[in-house]
Write a protein that binds this ligand. Structure first.
Ligand code: HEM
Length: 149
């Protein structure tokens, strides 16, 4: 159970990052007036779906991960050890904030009065969300599932 969840959680990060960058590009093209909002929206929906699924997988990992169970057994030691604390505190916090921000952004953009405003809001919210994701991803871990390390 844990390896399957962890591997899926690992790989899905790339789907999310690619969808996020595509959303940014399409929103930027839309701002120049080259594209309808539907194109940016489509990429944005994939970004959102990936983020929500990743949130569920992350919550699942929080329950079944031996790393989390061991960390919870001695919270004083965990909070004093940056590498472990990252998975209990920084990683989940940054990621939940990122998912909430992307979700709010997608609604705010959708409800904006015209396509220029929709593209602009989608661009800003997606950009900040991507920065939070990049800051919160444990890059010290394998870049693809099962790579070792
Ligand atoms: C939504 C965006 C998220 C992204 C892009 C993301 C990405 C990642 C990545 C790349 C790893 C390393 C996987 C590996 O070592 O193979 C990881 C590990 C982990 N993530 Fe996330 N994550 C996200 C959200 C969350 C959330 C919301 C939680 C908890 C509520 C969470 C909990 C964990 C835990 C506990 C681990 C380590 C599990 C273990 O080693 O047993 N993640 N995450």
């Amino acid at each position: 159970m844990h390896p399957a969840l962890l591997h899926t959680h690992n790989a899905l990060r790339w789907v999310i990052l690619v969808a996020g960058v595509l959303t940014l590009l399409k929103a930027a093209q839309g701002l120049k007036g080259d594209r309808p909002y539907a194109a940016a929206r489509r990429a944005g929906v994939v970004f959102m779906a990936g983020l929500h699924l990743q949130l569920l997988l992350g919550l699942g990992l929080f329950v079944v991960s031996p790393l989390v169970q061991q960390a919870m057994a001695d919270m004083r030691a965990t909070m004093a050890t940056a590498s472990v604390r990252f998975f209990i505190a920084e990683h989940p916090t940054l990621m939940v904030v990122a998912v909430v921000l992307a979700t709010v952004g997608s609604v705010v953009a959708k409800n904006a009065p015209d396509d220029a405003a929709r593209h602009r809001k989608l661009l800003v919210f997606t950009g900040v969300t991507l920065l939070l994701l990049l800051a919160g991803i444990p890059w010290q871990r394998p870049l693809v599932p099962g790579m070792g390390g």
